[in-house]
Design a protein around this ligand. Structure first.
Ligand code: DQA
Length: 163
């Protein structure tokens, strides 16, 4: 009797957009461009599909909600793509949540935060991430997602070797 091969389950990734990113397209167009969050999300969905990954995408203006989402993430997701927006520069709580998450996270920024005001040039959250992509507009999200998918796959292979 031939054994049926089980189809591997899709990689699941949580995408978090932080505060004010719902306003993309109308907010500080000289910095963030005319791209909307809807356009970013549909591009990310297309990229994910090409990698057989599934995305859940959320936007929140509330620090505690973001902390809760990250805190529960490991139950349902293998990785997190996050643009913490202004919380990047202020939130020890989000950094701690990312450190505790035990799944890899990648930080993405539309603008190059290192070329902007001094208060934006430091990320509290990046140190709790596998990596950070900044300054490529919407492509920061795409590159971040690709990096995250690669990182999850590499970890999985390494884990399989150990077992
Ligand atoms: C941002 C940069 C942050 O400094 C800012 O507060 C944002 C957007 C970016 O994507 O470039 O809201 O995270």
């Amino acid at each position: 009797m031939t054994e049926k091969k089980r189809k591997p389950s899709a990689m699941k990734i949580l995408v978090i957009h932080g505060p004010n990113l719902n306003l993309l397209g109308e907010r500080e167009i000289d910095i963030y461009g005319r791209i909307t969050i809807k356009e970013i999300n549909s591009t990310l969905q297309r990229v994910a599909k090409a990698h057989a990954a599934e995305l859940k995408i959320v936007q929140s203006n509330h620090e505690g909600d973001i902390v809760d989402l990250i805190g529960k993430a490991k139950k349902s997701f293998q990785g997190i793509l996050i643009n913490p927006a202004a919380y990047t520069h202020t939130s020890v709580a989000i950094r701690d949540a990312l450190s505790a998450a035990t799944i890899p996270a990648v930080e993405a920024h539309i603008s190059n935060i290192y070329k902007r005001e001094e208060f934006r040039q430091h990320s509290l959250t990046a140190a709790a991430c596998v990596g950070q992509v900044a300054g490529f507009g919407m492509d920061s999200y795409v590159l971040g997602l690709q990096g995250l998918i690669h990182s999850i796959a590499t970890r999985k292979r390494a884990g399989e070797k150990e077992n």
